[in-house]
Design a protein around this ligand. Sequence first.
Ligand SMILES: [Zn+2]
Length: 237
Amino acid sequence: MRLPSLFNDLSNLLFPRKCLICQGRLNPSEEHLCLNCLSQLPRTLYHKRRGNEMEQHFYGSIPVERATSYLFYTPESPVHHILHAIKYYGAKKLAIYMGHCMSTHLSEKEDNFLDGIDFIIPVPLSKERMRKRGYNQSQLLAEGLGQSTGIPVLSDLLIRTVDNPTQTHLNRRERWENVQGIFKTTTQAHALLQGKHILLIDDVATTGATLSNCAQAILKDIPNCRLSIATLALASM
Ligand SMILES: [Zn+2]
């Protein structure tokens, strides 16, 4: 037995790791969620369906190649615990792990949503919010996805120019106004992204306002790139 695995077994015995959802004890092979809870997460399976609800958010405004969301979000579902832990309780490893889960789910042989993607770009946080939270949860998801797939993650090419208020309590129209024109690309992006297929990543989509504005900013500066979109969860208003 190798020392690190002996150490892991020992620390697991002394400080048992628990499933975030059912609080049951995790097996050594499980991370964050037990297999039972992981298998019961409400998946959308939208990556297998063209014209799905996620793609419909962008119809008529943004020419996206394809769009999907891994999970359905409702306030009473276990997905709520995951998102809450990632966003407010500093669960950075969980965010990366959910990126791995997304990658496994989206890259099934017959329906590989990630086929042909050149770069992954996370939705950026403002400098102010980055300073307060210390990390960008969408970037961690993107890193998990990048680690599993080998697709490079580019986190500095799209920036948020305004520290806009949180979207949580805004209605549909206010959400659009809140993020209008607040993203821009860097000069480095112009050189790197020409003709490339980019996957935009965010934690939750509700109206698609934030993602649409990110996409608009990229397409305005680099009109010949192609865009796809994926989020960890999809909420309905
Ligand atoms: Zn569980």
